[in-house]
Design a protein around this ligand. Structure first.
Ligand code: TXE
Length: 477
């Protein structure tokens, strides 16, 4: 049993009230985490406040050196990151190694280098010079979800501290283990006390207390759209800087000229990676009428060959969902799809697995056809290994279908005509579109959504600008 404590002001601080953390693949309780509330959040905010001035006075070079030190120390513990992440989330160890562990390290390294190389534009007038200075915002409140725990936490902490802010972070109560590992790493390398404070607990208690705290100047939140609305309702009247990365219901548009042999494995990856629990997953697959039968046959065959099981096995393509209650939610959408007239082409139920995985939150990868593209199943975020298939007759119809939901996070287009793919991509109303690839990430590019998928952009210079206040100093010569 792992015992997790809050990390505040450079110290691990135990509290009396605990929550249990469960391995979703077995149902076994693996850790106790603090059930923090107002008192712990206030302590963390006060520590961040005290550290703020001296941290912001370090040179940018000194702060980027700290990021590199964190990256080095995290990299040394890559195997631990992967195994803890797999244990806590139920995701396959292979994915945790390839994505979670490596990206968490890469986020710190990337922002260290990017901030070093970054220069702000100055604007010359006939008789004066405008100097733009990026100042820290103050205390950053960072709230992160359970699907990519350390990956998303590091994506926010690195740019926040490199720009001179101090941080109070609350990881998801469902997946606290790697945030705790980060606390250990930060402690080991001796990052100045109070620069990064990590408080564990429920969203409605610890999370809400961070958003409500008047000393917290900025909130960066990744999570569900309903929670995002609550966060915005609290933070907006306090004029906090706000970035919200919320849900998605992303369309995968398959044109008739795509190379199916090459694209089907990638389209399946985009639907089912991390058990479909990535906000960027392509969960609505729109297929040209001209290749419908061939695509459906090949896609169903491919997905049927994907293995669900023990997350620690290198042979598992899919592990467990994050919790039994989340699996129930995802299953309820499969039942809804049946009531809406959908046909289940594969999956649709929990696989029969040997002990101890018989108690886990597993679900077979599921493909549903025959639904209206306007049905609830095809327009609401399911966030699980469930995709719906829809056929279109023209590019215009594909665009209309792609844009019919209230979400606008990502999408992908598959075609051998790159020019046509790019033209189509530009008409999809989302923050990001991939052509002939998916989740191909360059950390310099803007990341975020439109419509109900969120507000603001992070990534590269967008992160540096979100985590700073641009101040203009006009000097008359
Ligand atoms: O997320 P929550 P949940 C979607 C997905 C999923 C749904 C709900 O569809 O089924 O959201 O998931 C904290 N004030 N995504 O309920 O609640 C919470 O403790 C401040 C999409 O698990 O949004 C956690 O740290 N914070 C997504 C974080 O918010 C609060 C990833 C996210 O949890 C809070 C996850 C409050 N009042 C789910 N209430 C994505 N965009 O990638 C909760 N939290």
């Amino acid at each position: 049993m792992i015992q997790i404590n809050n990390y505040i002001n450079g110290e691990f601080q135990p509290i009396k009230d605990f929550l249990e953390d469960t391995n979703p693949a077995t149902g076994e309780v693996i850790a106790n985490i603090p059930k923090s509330g107002l008192t712990e959040v206030e302590k963390a905010v006060n520590a961040a406040d005290e550290a703020r001035i001296s941290w912001s006075k370090l040179s940018l070079e000194e702060r980027t050196d700290w990021l590199d030190k964190i990256a080095d120390a995290l990299e040394y513990r890559s195997d631990d990151i992967a195994s803890l992440e797999s244990l806590d989330t139920g995701k396959p160890i292979t994915l945790a190694k390839a994505v979670d562990a490596s990206r968490s390290v890469a986020n710190f390294r990337f922002f260290a280098k990017f901030a070093r190389d970054f220069s702000v534009e100055n604007f010359e007038m006939d008789d004066a010079m405008n100097h733009v200075v990026l100042k820290p915002v103050g205390i950053a409140g960072l709230i992160t979800p359970w699907n990519l725990p350390l990956y998303l936490l590091s994506w926010k902490i690195a740019p926040a501290i490199v720009m001179g802010n101090t941080v109070v972070a609350k990881p998801s109560e469902l997946t606290p283990l790697t945030a705790n590992l980060l606390s250990e790493v930060i402690h080991e390398i001796g990052l100045p006390a109070g620069v990064v404070n990590i408080v564990h607990g429920l969203g409605s208690e610890a999370g809400q207390a961070i958003v409500e705290n008047s000393k917290v100047n900025l909130i960066s939140f990744t999570g569900g759209t309903i929670t995002g609305k609550m966060v915005a309702a609290t933070a907006a009247p306090m004029f906090k800087k706000l970035s919200l990365e919320l849900g998605g219901k992303n369309a995968t548009v398959v044109l008739e000229d795509t190379n199916l042999e090459e694209s089907i494995p990638e389209i399946a990856r985009s639907g089912f990676m991390n058990q479909g629990q990535v906000c960027l997953c392509g969960s609505r697959i729109l297929v040209s009428d001209k290749i419908w039968d061939e695509f459906v046959d090949k896609f169903v065959d491919y997905v049927k060959s994907m293995k669900v099981g023990d997350p620690s096995s290198p042979n598992s393509d899919l592990g467990a969902l994050v919790s039994l209650s989340h699996r129930d939610k995802v299953e309820s959408y499969i039942h809804l799809a049946q009531r809406e007239g959908g046909e289940i082409l594969c999956g649709g139920k929990s696989p029969k697995l040997p002990s101890p995985f018989d108690k886990g939150a597993f679900l077979e990868p599921t493909i549903i056809s025959g639904l209206s593209h306007m049905s609830r199943t095809a327009t609401e975020e399911i966030f699980g290994p469930v995709v719906t298939l829809h056929r279109f007759k023209s590019d215009n119809e594909a665009i209309e279908m792609a844009n019919c939901t209230e979400y606008g996070l990502a999408g992908s287009v598959w075609t051998s005509d790159v020019k046509r793919g790019k033209e189509l991509a530009e008409q999809i109303e989302t923050g990001m579109v991939w052509v002939n690839t998916w989740l191909h990430r360059d950390l310099r590019v803007p990341f975020g959504g439109v419509k109900n998928s969120g507000v603001g952009r992070e990534g590269g210079r967008w992160s540096l600008s979100f985590f700073s206040e641009a101040v203009n100093i006009c000097v008359k010569e």
